[in-house]
Design a protein. Structure first.
Length: 186
């Protein structure tokens, strides 16, 4: 597979992490650089590790992974999105940043990288240089996620009271998009 194709895949895979980073950035009031680095690191790491895992176990578990990956992503993203929406009043009254705990960030990293696991399975059959691919996917996701936190923070300043709701809705729609794409075979 040509490096340009792998880069296109890397950009496509990073779009969920990009959208989640924008949503988180919209709600931030402090520690923007630290949060951007933290999200970018975990999202980039998981986007790189998941294709490797998929590639490693591709032939053995392909049917099982492909049959449930979209459901896992849908439920995780919907749960986190609903929680963000429900937490809006609490955040407004306490004037604190959104949940960026290690647990929350890891759940988001897993949820946004499930599709990368399935891509890794396909890499096993396409004879892709997996190390080149995971490097490109991880770096692309890191850069885009880092920038997205700042983009989201700028947008969030204009609509601060609705940022948590909008961010939650974005996550729910990403989950629905993943589910529909897999169910319809898109």
């Amino acid at each position: 597979m040509h490096i340009i194709s792998i880069l296109g895949i890397a950009i496509g895979l990073s779009m969920d992490a990009f959208a989640v980073s924008i949503a988180k950035g919209m709600c931030l009031k402090r520690d923007i650089a630290k949060t951007a680095l933290r999200l970018a690191f975990w999202f980039g790491l998981f986007q790189a590790v998941m294709p490797y895992i998929g590639w490693s176990f591709g032939k053995h578990f392909q049917d099982m992974i492909v049959s449930i990956d979209h459901w896992i992503a849908f439920f995780l993203l919907s749960f986190i999105g609903i929680r963000m929406i429900l937490d809006v009043k609490k955040q407004d009254s306490q004037e604190e940043d959104p949940d960026i705990s290690t647990k929350a960030v890891l759940l988001l990293a897993i949820a946004t990288s499930i599709d990368a696991l399935a891509v890794g399975v396909s890499f096993a059959f396409l004879q892709v240089d997996i190390y080149e691919a995971i490097f490109l996917i991880g770096c692309t996701t890191f850069i885009l996620s880092f920038a997205a936190v700042y983009i989201g923070n700028k947008i969030g300043g204009f609509c601060q009271s609705y940022a948590g709701i909008l961010g939650g809705i974005i996550l729910i729609f990403i989950g629905i998009k993943i589910l529909i794409e897999h169910l319809l075979g898109a």
